[in-house]
Design a protein around this ligand. Structure first.
Ligand code: NAI
Length: 294
């Protein structure tokens, strides 16, 4: 499956071989960016079928990149795609794939138990939107080598990576993760392991307050969206953003935070959000959320 090259974050600090567990939206995006910047990537998921789809997705996304980047040189563009794809191998065997990795990066479902089970394996980083990474780290014996890398969707487009250190992450591991993010062409920011890190801690309460403002009858969703786009310069209004992120995801995050800190008014739930989620209206991905999509 892969070349027999092994080193660790601690040994030389440079991350070259990356194993990504979870070939969904985020995992495939991270794989594409890592492979495009000269890293060797092994993408792991539960079935060959899922992995083939991930590869197809990466290829499709690369074609879009190449159309812009190599507009006048289609041959160079095709060569670039082939080189990048060569850097990506796929596997359903997480245990074997981890052996040669400098970095094990997890991007599976937002479920603490499933994530914990995975981290019986060693060196690590993970992509979670809302779970405290310290809770997940509980299942690994290499706490000094454990940290968080929070990417944003779509990964090839979004420049930010939140690098999260826990109280046990070593400086060396943290620096490796910062440097790895830079090597991917991203801009890293340093975060503590607090709910939502920086971006979601500010963004999710903001979206929830927009919902509550609307529920109080103080503005239509259309007007609130227009107001935040034209008045605050946001590319999307809060309702559009909720539909884009997925209402189920927003609810999952806010419910999780509220369970831990029930008296925090910033984490209060919204009837409207709960109703739409109960009806299966999750936003863009289901064709309807606050707005309807074709
Ligand atoms: P997704 O549902 O598209 O992909 C998850 C993948 O993990 C699936 O292909 C699934 O088959 C695989 N998987 C599940 N359990 C597995 C296991 N035990 N071993 C191997 N593969 C397994 O999810 P998505 O959107 O890529 O999100 C992944 C993680 O990233 C979640 O924790 C999410 O909260 C976080 N995240 C998501 C963002 C987003 O905007 N979608 C942004 C930033 C973080």
């Amino acid at each position: 499956i892969r070349r027999g090259f092994s080193s660790s974050i601690i040994k030389n600090g440079v991350i070259k071989n990356v194993t990504i567990i979870g070939g969904g939206q985020m995992g495939a995006g991270i794989a594409q960016v890592a492979a495009s910047t000269g890293h060797t990537v092994t993408l792991v998921d539960t079935s060959e079928d899922i992995l083939k789809k991930s590869r197809k997705g990466i290829e499709g996304s690369l074609k879009r990149v190449v159309k812009k980047k190599f507009a006048d040189k289609p041959e160079a563009g095709e060569e670039f795609i082939q080189n990048v794809l060569q850097n990506v191998s796929i596997s359903t065997d997480a245990g074997a794939s981890v052996q040669a990795a400098d970095l094990l990066l997890e991007a599976i479902v937002e479920n603490l138990k499933v994530k914990q089970d995975l981290f019986a394996l060693p060196p690590v980083s993970l992509n979670t939107s809302s779970l405290p990474i310290t809770d997940i780290a509980g299942s690994t014996s290499r706490l000094d080598r454990f940290g968080g890398l929070h990417f944003f969707n779509p990964v090839p487009m979004m420049k930010l990576v939140e690098v999260v250190g826990t109280s046990t992450t070593s400086q060396e591991t943290f620096d490796s993760l910062l440097n790895f993010s830079k090597a991917l062409g991203k801009t890293p920011v340093s975060c503590k392991d607090t709910p939502g890190f920086i971006v979601n801690r500010l963004l999710v309460p903001y979206m929830m307050e927009a919902l509550r403002l609307h529920e109080r009858g103080h503005g239509s969703k259309e007007d609130i969206d227009i107001a935040m786009k034209l008045g605050a310069g946001y590319p999307m209004g809060p309702f559009e953003l909720c539909d884009y992120v997925g209402l189920d995801t927003v609810k999952f995050i806010i419910d999780g935070w509220s369970a831990k800190d029930p008296h925090n008014p910033l984490f209060a739930s919204s009837e409207l959000l709960n109703k739409l989620v109960a009806e299966g209206k999750y936003g863009k991905k289901t064709g309807e959320g606050f707005y309807k999509y074709k």
